[in-house]
Write a protein that binds this ligand. Structure first.
Ligand code: PGA
Length: 239
């Protein structure tokens, strides 16, 4: 199996102190099992730091505003990220689109801004349940819209397909559905493509074995470091 990309999205979980403990334990665990592929970690903004790790742990921001600094109450920009040498950002997550009301236009604006600054961008796409129920063509059109204004050939883009109905619900998409949707997305971009949505130790091996799945973006099951390490060991076992 070629090198898989694993990413952990802490969402609104963990503190600075618990993130430090987590990174320490993850680093030690990765070293012990000889895990040398990169692992991306998206802690909350208050826990961002430049960690000195022996393993390839890359810290990214869950969100940032397209500005160096300025008057954008509640947001963080390049100045705040630069303090910790953060050059990775997660954009387009469904929770930001649907709960925080980010439009495609705004997400694309952020994307271009961070692309110009050479960031690694993990860009999320994925359909809500009613679109999935409307069929494959509806899903394809929805995804095409979520790629509007996005340079899908950007060399530092990592795509993440996350069906909204599978996020945090325990309802994982079936391998067949992941394979079919990934094939659709691969026709639109040749960048690495992760799957996200209720990935956990019990199903990660099966998901990573799906043709066209280059890794996983994990929420809930990544929050306990033992669970994350258990998933990494499964990836290792697959190699
Ligand atoms: P989940 O979240 O693993 O809890 O479903 C995935 C995500 O939102 O990135």
């Amino acid at each position: 199996m070629s090198e898989k990309i694993l990413a952990a999205n802490f969402k609104t979980n963990h503190t600075r102190a618990s993130t430090r403990d987590y990174v320490g334990a993850l680093d030690a665990g990765m070293e012990k099992m000889g895990y040398d592929a990169p692992v991306y970690l998206f802690p909350p903004a208050t826990a961002l730091e430049s960690f000195d790790t022996r393993s390839d742990i890359r810290i990214g921001a869950q969100n940032a505003y397209p500005t160096v600094k300025g008057s954008f109450t509640g947001e963080i920009g390049l100045e705040q990220l630069g303090e910790f040498d953060i050059d990775t950002v997660l954009l387009g997550h469904s929770e930001r689109r649907h709960i925080l009301g980010e439009t495609q236009e705004f997400v694309a604006q952020k994307y271009s801004w961070f692309q110009e600054r050479d960031f690694t961008i993990v860009y999320c796409i994925g359909e809500p349940l009613e679109v999935r129920e409307a069929g494959d063509e509806a899903v394809r059109r929805y995804i095409v819209e979520q790629l509007e204004g996005i340079d899908t050939s950007y060399g530092k883009l990592i795509l993440a397909y996350e069906p909204v109905w599978a996020i945090g619900t325990g309802k994982t998409a079936t391998p067949d559905l992941i394979e079919a949707t990934h094939a659709t997305i691969k026709n639109l971009s040749d960048r690495p493509l992760l799957y996200g949505g209720s990935v956990k130790p019990a199903n990660i091996a099966e998901i990573l074995a799906v043709p066209g799945c280059d890794g996983t973006l994990i929420g809930t099951a990544s929050w306990e470091v033992e669970s994350m390490l258990s998933m990494l060991s499964k990836v290792k076992g697959e190699k």
